[in-house]
Write a protein that binds this ligand. Sequence first.
Ligand SMILES: C[S@@+](CC[C@H](N)C(=O)[O-])C[C@H]1O[C@@H](n2cnc3c(N)ncnc32)[C@H](O)[C@@H]1O
Length: 161
Amino acid sequence: MTETKHHRKIQSFVKRSGRLSKGQSLGLNELWSDYGINIASSTLDFEEIFSNHNDVTLEVGFGNGDSLLEMAIEQPYQNFLGIEVYEAGVGRLVNEASKKSISNLRVIKEDAVEVLENNIPNKSISNFQLFFPDPWHKKRHHKRRIVQKSFFRSAIQKTKR
Ligand SMILES: C[S@@+](CC[C@H](N)C(=O)[O-])C[C@H]1O[C@@H](n2cnc3c(N)ncnc32)[C@H](O)[C@@H]1O
């Protein structure tokens, strides 16, 4: 029997599925164009995205987005970009942001490792946030951790010094 080689990249997350609430689904659909950025192959232009020159804070893996929303409300002259793959969390954040009519927040629903590598310009981020990442305690899962040298290198490259 020939062995098929799998080249799937190891990811730092497991896609959780399940029913979405009305608000979460609203955030992922009807309200998406107000806050969501659909990634093409191009580099993001933050001045165009936010229509201003304000500093950008990037948060990777914002979960349900509550703390990111609070920061965006409290600091209206700072732009916030959240990257998260957890659909319910992304939907919830967009829905809540829309309720508060804030304009300094955008979200990307993709693997942050890829987005950092392919779409975020070098030296474009003022603050880089990563809270409570990696629920990977078992040794055999350590390779899944997002906090790795290559991720730090990437984060440093994207951050303004
Ligand atoms: C342990 S949770 C922490 C959530 C939140 N920061 C908090 O403190 O409550 C880690 C989160 O990171 C997200 N995540 C992990 N790897 C990711 C990646 N490569 N790209 C985007 N999100 C990722 C997961 O979906 C999950 O929601």
